[in-house]
Design a protein around this ligand. Structure first.
Ligand code: NDP
Length: 236
């Protein structure tokens, strides 16, 4: 699959699933721009490795994100991957931390996707990285996180209706436990994560990136407003 001549913009691309998506699209010939918030070293390394362009922009800063997307010009494939995970007893969770997660996971996804669609040509693609926990939440302490990922489902269904007439698709990729800094396969929560999985193995960021490329490819032109779960059966 080649993406030569296509411009890809990945929000939150310095590490984990986002970095795997940057690598895959760059290897497939796309011109890739990615944003990140804090991981300067990882971003620099990825730029050197892939030739992608990196922009240090907080996805939770609405106007800065909108300006960066607008200034990138027409984007063929927009990927919203940036995400925070705040968890714990909802009675004691810090409200500012929850608000910050909503800013990054929800507001950024909405305003970034809408802005990307403004100049997006027909055949364009929007992909947002949600979570299988939006469909099945077997653990306590994750209500606020799941709130943000469930919001992406509604957003995608709605924007599919707005953008369909322009031949632009929007889809949600819903990973399950995937080995990254956010959820390491050797971390303290890993054993519990494996419990609900039908295939008791953490996924890899590259597997999620492969699904992103499929949904951005020509054969997926009829898929929109849909959720695509890749979770080893966690939510089955
Ligand atoms: P990581 O924490 O490993 O990486 C997160 C990436 O997002 C980093 O590149 C980070 O950049 C970037 N990012 C975070 N906050 C911001 C921000 N405010 N502005 C711009 N970029 C930001 O996470 P994962 O790769 O594991 O997760 C990626 C997505 O997949 C998230 O949306 C997550 O919710 C979702 N997901 C992950 C699962 C898992 O098991 N790993 C399971 C289900 C869903 P920087 O370091 O520069 O801040």
């Amino acid at each position: 699959m080649t993406f030569s001549g296509r411009k890809v913009f990945v929000v939150g691309g310095s590490r984990g699933i986002g970095a795997a998506i940057v690598r895959r699209f760059a290897a497939a010939g796309a011109t890739v721009v990615f944003t990140y918030a804090a991981s300067v070293g990882a971003a620099d390394h990825l730029v050197a490795e892939t030739g992608a362009q990196a922009l240090q922009i907080d996805a939770g800063a609405r106007d800065e994100l909108i300006a960066a997307v607008r200034d990138a010009g027409p984007i063929d494939i927009f990927v919203y991957n940036a995400g925070l995970l705040v968890f714990g007893d909802p009675l004691t969770l810090n409200a500012d931390d929850v608000d910050r997660m909503i800013d990054v996971n929800v507001r950024g996804a909405y305003f970034g996707s809408v802005e990307a669609s403004r100049l997006m040509p027909g055949g364009g693609r929007i992909l947002v990285i949600g979570s299988d926990t939006a469909d099945s939440m077997p653990f306590p302490g994750l209500a606020a996180y799941v709130l943000t990922k469930a919001a992406m489902q509604g957003m995608a269904r709605g924007l599919a209706r707005d953008l369909g007439p322009r031949n632009i698709t929007i889809n949600v990729i819903q990973p399950g436990p995937t080995d990254t800094d956010m959820n390491p396969a050797n971390g303290p929560r890993a054993a519990g994560m494996l419990g609900p999985m039908a295939i008791k193995r953490y996924g890899t960021a590259d597997e999620v990136a492969g699904l992103a490329l499929y949904l951005a490819g020509a054969q997926a032109r009829g898929i929109t407003g849909a959720m695509h779960t890749i979770d080893g059966g966690f939510a089955a």
